[in-house]
Design a protein around this ligand. Sequence first.
Ligand SMILES: C[S@@+](CC[C@H](N)C(=O)[O-])C[C@H]1O[C@@H](n2cnc3c(N)ncnc32)[C@H](O)[C@@H]1O
Length: 178
Amino acid sequence: MIDRWIVDQLHWSPKEFLRMKVKIIGVGKIKEKYFKAGIAEYAKRLSRFCDFKIVEVADEQAPESLSQAEMDEVMAKEGQRILAKIKDREYVFALAIKGKERSSEEFAHEINQLTTYGHSDLTFVIGGSLGLSPEVLKRADTQISFGRFTMPHKLMRLVLTEQIYRAFTIIHGMPYHK
Ligand SMILES: C[S@@+](CC[C@H](N)C(=O)[O-])C[C@H]1O[C@@H](n2cnc3c(N)ncnc32)[C@H](O)[C@@H]1O
């Protein structure tokens, strides 16, 4: 009876005592209903495993005609806003096409390891239409790529939210992931 009690406590401990905070920082507001609905669905499912939130920072106008210097300035300004939302203790994943690819299982393992070694604040950063500034990439603890295709940043937010949810279902041995 006592053994069962201990097992129950262990079973609940990750949720009760080591509740992770997972944050996505994105540039610009998402207005499209179809993106919002998908993100809201996975955010709701994720709330079972962690405190999940999305922080939006203002985007800069980026017309087609910008010079390289002007584009760098746009990324730098958006980058400063992103960095202002990151605390020292946060472990930062920057989403970058040239970053390191993982499988869903590897990603789940990485999240699990980070929690085990005391990182309870995970932050994911998605760039705006021109990408992330060098300063943000420098602050990141790791860069994560979803392959060599360029995805719109709004779609990336939805795909990332689903993959974080998938990672937690893998960690918890749930049947969602096949
Ligand atoms: C439209 S993309 C920016 C394109 C820009 N030329 C670049 O290379 O970052 C907007 C953001 O979505 C994210 N993103 C898009 N495709 C991605 C991919 N395949 N892997 C990881 N992140 C991606 C990145 O954070 C990127 O900054």
